[in-house]
Design a protein around this ligand. Structure first.
Ligand SMILES: [Cu+2]
Length: 479
């Protein structure tokens, strides 16, 4: 039971019992943050302009000297990208939440890796008229949009205009709060939206004569619809992102036959799963790379209950952010049946009404996604009041994501599949790369309740809500 296939799920707009309030709250918080960020950016640009004016006078008007302000974020490069020929410097600021840098291809100049909020000045020396490519060299960021052209021209646009165009100075005559509200709200009302392709489909094994369960995987590059109309080059197992779920019982003999139809060598690491060293999937140490067109079969006994995942290890910085990952579970989840945690007793016969993997990603071609989809293409969870949800968070991305569930506290009962002696309740569960957290929670009130990463730039941008947001649509118990 997935609870995800109800095509007539109400839109977020139908929520009238508090879910709408939550969405409005996110929208307001986002607008506030955008305003603060804008004031900072505009202030910086003002400073740069003042410096430029002073510098020009000191140089006696001989050669032009320009400092351009550039802003890095997920996943774009914004700011002043035009200058007159002459001495050009870039003041590069990381306004995003992840690490970024800036490389200028033609000159070879490169900033150090910048943490969120840091900046660096890059002196490019004397530039002639022409076009210069700039990009962020963190794996996958260029493909996700952090690629731009610096244009040196004899008639450059006035400094500061490009950056101001993408931001919201509330003192500017261009500022239009109603328009900003409309853009954000309209983007939210598009949820839920249909997209092509669905990941996490349960993979049925072929059962061999000796009882071994054989699973077949094919790695290849596919067109993947991340959000409505947004098609990217995804790197997939069996044509889906995330790859299919593999679920086996404790004691099963398992074989996984992988055929590599990607353009690079690959392998599979069974993350959180106990295997002999020869099956750990780390070429060249434990096996040779599986070259393009080759097939390799992994074989091990699933000897312990685990909540693990599988992903490529060789070239993982390219293939995993682009989609080559999936959930792998051995045995039953270790629900804390009969335990009382902070005054709440979990029934002895506890069974969830809905189980789902929640695989987080934030880079590569697919970008900020939940189960391979970006809002409004993320799947809503359609529930009845009182239903229990069992969700396993898996972070296959490059940064941590605090996953917040509106209203319904989540009982964290296992970390990396290992049962906790002291489970705990939390409304926000921070999941770092490589980690898994297993939670259960009860949808105890009707309404539309959002469920999202609480790094706000992972869920909103100028053009509206996107990325790591989905919602529970909880119907009243009496229908
Ligand atoms: Cu996040």
């Amino acid at each position: 039971m997935t609870g995800n296939e109800n095509p007539s799920a109400p839109t977020a707009a139908d929520g009238d019992t508090g879910g709408g309030g939550g969405l409005v709250f996110i929208a307001m918080a986002g607008v506030l943050i955008a305003l603060v960020a804008t004031v900072v950016v505009i202030g910086l640009i003002g400073l740069l302009r003042d410096e430029n004016d002073g510098g020009g006078a000191g140089a006696g008007g001989a050669a032009e000297s320009t400092t351009l302000g550039l802003s890095l974020s997920e996943f774009k490069i914004e700011g002043d990208l035009e200058a007159a020929p002459g001495d050009v410097s870039l003041l590069v600021t990381n306004n995003g939440s992840q690490q970024h840098n800036l490389v200028v291809v033609e000159t070879g100049a490169e900033t150090p890796m910048l943490n969120s909020g840091e900046n660096a000045t890059l002196a490019l020396g004397n530039l002639n008229v022409g076009t210069y490519e700039v990009y962020c060299s963190v794996a996958g960021h260029k493909e996700s949009g952090m690629d731009a052209e610096l244009v040196i021209t004899n008639s450059p646009a006035p400094t500061g205009e490009a950056a101001a165009g993408g931001s919201h100075d509330h003192n500017s005559p261009d500022f239009n709060a109603d328009e900003m509200d409309a853009i954000m709200i309209n983007s939210m009302l598009e949820f839920p939206a249909e997209t092509e392709g669905k990941g996490n489909q349960i993979l049925e094994p072929e059962v061999l004569a000796d009882g071994t369960k054989l699973f077949k995987l094919e790695a290849s590059i596919i067109d993947w619809e991340v959000a409505p109309g947004q098609i990217v080059e995804g790197w997939a197992y069996n044509g889906q992102i995330p790859g299919p779920q593999i679920i086996v019982d404790v004691g099963d003999k398992v074989q996984v036959e992988l055929t590599n139809n990607t353009p690079m060598g690959t392998d599979i690491h069974w993350h959180g799963i106990s295997t002999p060293n020869s099956q750990d999937g780390v070429s060249p140490f434990t096996q040779d790379p599986i070259k393009t067109g080759e097939t390799f079969t992994y074989e091990f006994v699933a000897d312990q209950a685990r909540i693990g995942m599988y992903h490529a290890h060789l070239h993982s910085q390219i293939s995993v952010p682009n989609g080559m990952f999936g959930a792998f579970r051995i045995g039953d989840r270790p629900y804390p049946r009969g335990e009382t945690i902070s005054g709440v007793t979990i029934p002895e016969d506890f069974e969830p009404d809905v189980e789902l993997p929640m695989i987080l990603n934030d880079a590569g071609t697919i970008g900020l996604t939940l189960n391979g989809k970006s809002f409004p293409g993320t799947e809503p969870l359609v529930l009845n009041e009182g239903d229990w949800v069992a969700a396993d968070y898996y972070n296959e991305g490059l940064t941590a994501h605090p996953m917040h569930q509106h209203q319904f506290p989540q009982l964290v009962y296992a970390k990396d599949g290992i049962p906790l002696d002291y489970p705990y309740w939390a409304d926000t569960v921070n999941v770092a790369p490589g980690e898994r957290y297993s939670v259960i929670y009860q949808a105890s009130a009707p309404g539309v309740w959002v469920w999202h990463c609480h790094i706000l730039t992972h869920v909103e941008r100028d053009t509206g809500m996107f990325g790591m947001v989905t919602a529970l649509v909880v119907n009243e118990a009496d229908g």
